[in-house]
Design a protein around this ligand. Structure first.
Ligand SMILES: CC(C)(COP(=O)(O)OP(=O)(O)OC[C@H]1O[C@@H](n2cnc3c(N)ncnc32)[C@H](O)[C@@H]1OP(=O)(O)O)[C@@H](O)C(=O)NCCC(=O)NCCS
Length: 231
């Protein structure tokens, strides 16, 4: 996997798989036992193999006018570029990408995922469908080694309200604890469903910054609500 063109080619395959989910093929069989939570290992090969699906999730949010740092026009190349820019931090374990994916049904699958020697095989024959993702950013400043930031929590539209967002946050919090982090911070659009979601999951509101950013369609300013949670 060496160029953006390769990602775009792979993206076309994934769009076809997405169509499958919209027809209900995946959604029908979805229940917690069909979902696996994984932290992407610090391997370029493994990380790059999931970038096309992560890009699809991010583009879908921007296309649906969800405030997430970007504005239109926003292409799949732009979305891929965001995730590709994180590669070094993932490899250096400064940030962790946690994904929820449809289970493949055996412990062998976990081994395949975590073993980059199998990457090509995984890509070609049975790349699992990623249902959602979240990023855990470990603060790097000398006085903030106990803090982490949460970003890009996304559950695919057709998979929402089934507990996947909560599963992702639970797994992300475990990972934060594992790295000695004691407080999590994040911001989200004021008045959005995500704001209610974080409240529901025990995050405390720290405050609101009015008109902090432009909505993806460029037609209005959106406010940020800042949240924190002690671990
Ligand atoms: C926010 C998001 C991640 C929630 O994911 P999800 O898988 O639908 O959430 P869950 O099913 O795990 O819901 C957990 C709880 O939050 C509540 N919740 C989830 N979405 C909600 C919404 N839009 N409004 C109100 N409550 C909501 C659920 O009802 C559930 O409560 P319960 O335990 O009482 O049943 C998802 O809607 C999403 O991807 N949105 C677009 C991207 C986004 O805005 N991300 C946040 C950016 S910071």
């Amino acid at each position: 996997m060496s160029s953006l063109e390769d990602y775009i080619r792979l993206y076309s395959t994934i769009v076809q798989e997405d169509t499958m989910t919209e027809n209900g093929v995946i959604a029908d069989k979805l229940n917690p036992s069909h979902i696996t939570l994984k932290v992407c290992p610090p391997s370029s090969e493994v990380y790059l193999s999931i970038v096309p699906q992560l890009a699809t999730l991010l583009k879908s949010c921007i296309d649906n006018n969800i405030t997430m740092n970007f504005i239109q026009p926003f292409s799949i190349e732009d979305a891929s570029a965001f995730w590709l820019s994180a590669e070094e931090n993932v490899v250096q374990r400064k940030q962790f990408v946690i994904i929820a994916q449809e289970s493949q049904g055996s412990s062998e699958d976990e081994a395949d995922y975590n073993d980059s020697r199998h990457e090509q095989h995984v890509l070609e024959s049975r790349t699992p469908i990623i249902l959602g993702c979240v990023i855990l950013y470990l603060a790097q400043l000398p006085n903030a080694k106990h803090r982490a930031e949460v970003g890009k929590l996304i559950v695919g539209r057709e998979h929402r309200k089934r507990g996947i967002g909560k599963m992702l946050l639970d797994r992300m919090e475990d990972e934060a604890r594992k790295h000695g982090r004691k407080i999590l911070v994040l911001d989200t659009e004021t008045g959005s469903g995500a704001e209610l979601f974080y409240e529901r999951l025990g995050y405390s509101k720290a405050g609101v910054i009015p008109d902090a950013s432009l909505a993806p369609d460029g037609k209005r300013y959106t406010s940020y609500t800042y949240f924190y949670k002690r671990l």
